[in-house]
Design a protein around this ligand. Structure first.
Ligand SMILES: [Zn+2]
Length: 180
């Protein structure tokens, strides 16, 4: 009777140690390698060795962004239109940045130059200045979101439109399309 107790204790201790060891071993063998998503930078379980994104959404977003950066897109109809829009986006952002860094006293001349070029037929400028899409100012609009992402409140199109309404009494589009 006196021997039974320590033996039982000993067996229990060994068994307990064994179960702990087993559970640790099981947990370790279940740990998956993890990787960082190249789009949202969150960490995710790596199920396939060469996976780069945590989700389909991130994968698509990533390629859309890099496509825009390199101006590469397939040339099916809607896609080439979308590419044109992306390129216009980029041009407008570029001009807006330039406007922002133009000294205040030279800004009017800068705007005048742009409007003159658009009127004389500079194709992209004309397209950007006469497309109502780029005048959208609703907070949910796509272009507005792009501006926000670039820390801009409004684009050169909005600025030029306001200028035309004040100076010429008509919209930017009307001024650009006017024959005389
Ligand atoms: Zn992600």
């Amino acid at each position: 009777m006196t021997i039974d107790l320590p033996t039982a204790c000993c067996t229990a201790a060994i068994f307990r140690r064994f179960t702990i060891w087993m559970s640790v071993h099981l947990q370790c063998s279940q740990i998956r390698p993890r990787a960082r998503c190249q789009q949202c930078r969150k960490r995710f379980d790596l199920k396939r060795r060469n996976k780069k994104f945590c989700s389909e959404k991130c994968r698509k977003q990533h390629w859309q962004v890099s496509d825009r950066a390199s101006h590469r897109k397939n040339s099916s109809d809607s896609k080439s239109k979308r590419r044109d829009n992306y390129e216009l986006f980029d041009s407008i952002l570029f001009l807006t940045e330039r406007y922002r860094f133009t000294p205040t006293v030279e800004r009017e001349a800068f705007i005048e130059d742009l409007i003159r070029s658009a009127r004389q037929g500079a194709p992209r400028l004309r397209a950007a200045f006469t497309n109502p899409f780029f005048l959208q100012t609703e907070p949910g609009d796509l272009f507005r979101k792009v501006l926000r992402r670039n820390h801009l409140d409004e684009s050169i199109v909005n600025i030029a439109d306001r200028y035309c309404r004040k100076k010429h009494g008509s919209s930017l589009r009307q001024v650009c399309l006017r024959k005389t």
